[in-house]
Design a protein around this ligand. Structure first.
Ligand code: ZN
Length: 680
């Protein structure tokens, strides 16, 4: 978010405190309400509390986040914690002006802690968390309103919806409270969140006050709250806030409202515009509400705008928001390598991807989630977990992380701590393996409980072994995501190849009577792929990027004799090397430049973790790049082994999902269906 926006709202700091108003007259107190988890959505993620990472990639990183990142977060949050203590009447300090969304950073940090607790018991951290929750609860006003920053600075609630960020802050509090409830089973924080949600319902629905918060977030958070409490009015409020957008108030200029996605009603919006973080959060809420209500118009809008964002406005690393002037989405294919790419927008894309998957079950949404997670998001936080990027351009002359404490650092920490919750998903009769990492999980289906054990060295190796252990022999479908980047996966069940598994929405479907000890082995070959951008991305013309498995690679001058402006040889002779000693353990790619020099690439996420050095992802390619004859307009970037026509035609037959099927004729969906049948 832009600092100038913050300052614009601070004129309110001197206004007198508005009386809190009468307490809401709920028939049953929040504390006494019976929680009945409710969701109409057929699919849902297996909760982070039921998944345990045992791998060599994520588990060590989660440990670093617990040991380094969480303590580092506290350093920047003392004022935010103290604001709650002042609002609770525990301290008496007069405050000066402040950026209005700062309480959201505290809540993102609390959410991070909620994900950490099930990973490793930590009584000291638990005690600290309980103390902060007490202060937050104390800061709640009699009418349910809570935002300590607003309260202690005597600002008037809900009077500057565009700039004051109260819906945004409330949303982050709700997300943190839901995560805390899921992690601990305690209602202390959840009750505070419910009272605030009740207050907002009262203010906007019952009292019919106009407008909607300029920064979306509350919508998606309310759906999370609805899912754990079963309170329909939270879903109704989320839906109401979505439908409120696109009806500018008197005096508002409709065209300028595109910054907030408030220029057109959601069902009529043709493309994503405006501030990328706001837009991505808003559309996550749209997908969530569509999944819960079955509203076809909303689902179509979510899918249309998702396709627009991911096929025409997303970078190869999964970043969005290329424009510096408004931290926003730009025109189609306007993807300069100096692009803005705020970390929060990348985090938001993971949420949106997961919500799109819950909505329609397409594995291509998880392809985007995986791309963003392993590349854009992981790049945002340093390997030691203590410094971060606000902007994430693909080319950079100065690798020092700017480490400004704003919205991004705690957003990165909570997003990366969510990894266990991204791995598996389910319906009452299906288990989905969405991401690959050594882990165990426990899943309750309608007819049995199933333990899964996944063993793999992903993302460096594509061999995945899954041992299935139902409590009793039971029929259900195990659905394995076949990543869009992998054209030639193979599958075995109890040592026997399955040559043509049923494919549905990008998943290999194994429907059978499962017995304890059944073993599935999935092999996803990981050759080095050269990725070519859609020719409409002018800056990448004649260039390629390297990808292996889900990892996009980049070059640093310090690995390449001080240069990144080199040309990759036509026959580059790629080799890979596991380097456990380098950058926390990575696999490097070596190859040759056109002039015969050797080149070394490291994962994009690991760039900028040593001394300052020039960086680049896209690299010039020797000779004329071979262009596919038909390049579907929707697709932004295509993996293409452009120097191996046979391989190219092989990919044409097999590609599916979000990674393009260039060269296919007919509408993209038809191409997906045809390709899926051949994918084995
Ligand atoms: Zn941010």
């Amino acid at each position: 978010m832009k600092i100038s926006f913050a300052l614009a709202s601070l004129g309110l700091a001197a206004l007198p405190l508005l009386a809190s108003g009468p307490p809401a007259r709920a028939e049953v107190k929040v504390e006494d309400r019976v929680l009945v988890p409710t969701s109409k959505a057929e699919r849902r993620a297996v909760p982070f509390t039921d998944v345990h990472l045992t791998d060599n990639f994520w588990a060590p990183k989660e440990k670093i986040y617990r040991q380094n990142t969480i303590p580092n977060n506290w350093k920047y949050l003392q004022q935010e914690i103290e604001d709650n203590e002042i609002a609770a009447g525990w301290k008496h300090i007069e405050r000066g002006s402040d950026t209005p969304w700062n309480q959201a950073n505290l809540f993102k940090a609390l959410e991070t802690v909620a994900y950490a607790l099930p990973q490793e018991p930590n009584p000291e951290l638990q005690t600290k968390l309980d103390g902060i929750i007490k202060a937050v609860a104390g800061a709640q006003q009699p009418n349910g309103y809570i935002n300590a920053l607003i309260t202690v600075r005597h600002m008037t609630p809900w009077t500057n919806l565009d700039g004051q960020h109260e819906g945004f802050v409330a949303g982050h509090m709700i997300e943190a409270a839901v995560a805390h409830y899921q992690a601990t089973g305690q209602r202390s924080f959840l009750n505070v969140a419910m009272k605030m949600a009740d207050h907002i319902y009262q203010h906007f629905i019952v009292e019919k006050n106009p407008g909607v918060c300029g920064h979306a977030e509350l919508e998606l958070a309310l759906v999370r709250l609805y899912r754990v409490t079963g309170e329909k009015k939270y879903l109704q409020l989320a839906q109401n806030w979505i439908e409120r957008r696109g009806h500018p108030l008197p005096g508002q200029n409709a065209a300028s409202r595109s910054y907030f996605m408030d220029h057109l009603p959601i069902r009529a919006v043709p493309e994503v515009t405006g501030h990328a973080v706001r837009t991505v959060y808003y559309l996550t809420g749209v997908a969530d509400v569509a999944a819960e209500t079955g509203d076809v118009g909303l689902a179509q809008a979510a899918r249309r705008l998702w396709n627009d964002a991911t096929r025409r406005k997303m970078y190869v690393v999964g970043s969005v928001g290329s424009q510096e002037k408004d931290e926003g989405f730009g025109p189609d294919y306007d993807l300069p390598n100096s692009g803005y790419n705020e970390s929060c927008a990348a985090c938001g894309m993971l949420n949106w991807a997961q919500s799109m998957w819950v909505l329609d079950g397409e594995s291509s949404s998880i392809d985007v989630l995986e791309r963003g997670l392993y590349n854009a998001v992981l790049h945002g936080l340093s390997l030691d977990g203590t410094t971060s990027y606000y902007r994430n351009p693909l080319s950079d002359a100065n690798s020092v992380r700017n480490n400004v404490w704003v919205c991004c650092p705690p957003n990165l920490s909570r997003t990366l701590m969510r990894v266990p919750g991204y791995l598996y998903a389910q319906t009452t009769r299906d288990i989905y393996v969405n991401l690959f990492a050594s882990s165990t999980c426990s899943i309750k289906l309608a007819n049995t409980r199933v333990q899964l054990a996944q063993e793999t060295n992903y993302p460096w190796d594509g061999q995945i072994k899954i041992t299935v252990k139902p409590d009793k022999p039971a029929p259900f479908a195990l659905r394995l995501r076949i990543p869009g980047w992998c054209p030639n996966s193979t599958l075995e069940l109890n040592g026997k190849p399955i040559l043509k598994p049923a494919m549905e929405k990008g998943y290999a479907v194994l429907l059978r009577l499962w017995r304890a000890g059944d073993v599935v082995e999935l092999k996803l070959p990981m050759p080095v792929q050269r990725i070519q951008a859609n020719p409409k991305v002018l800056e990448d013309k004649g260039q390629v990027a390297l990808q292996r498995g889900p990892i996009v690679y980049g070059f640093e001058a310090l690995d390449n004799a001080g240069r990144v402006d080199v040309q990759l040889a036509r026959e580059a002779g790629f080799t890979t090397q596991a380097r456990p000693d380098l950058l926390g353990g990575v696999t490097t790619i070596s190859g040759r430049a056109g002039d015969g020099r050797s080149l070394t690439a490291i994962p994009f996420y690991a760039l900028a973790n040593r001394e300052p050095s020039k960086q680049a992802v896209w690299m010039a390619q020797q000779g004329q790049l071979e262009q596919p004859k038909a390049w579907p307009d929707e697709q932004m970037r295509t993996p293409v082994d452009s120097w191996e026509p046979a391989s190219l035609s092989n990919r044409m037959n097999h590609h599916r999902g979000s990674i393009p099927r260039h060269g296919c004729s007919g509408p993209p969906d038809a191409a997906v269906a045809a390709a899926q049948q051949h994918n084995h």
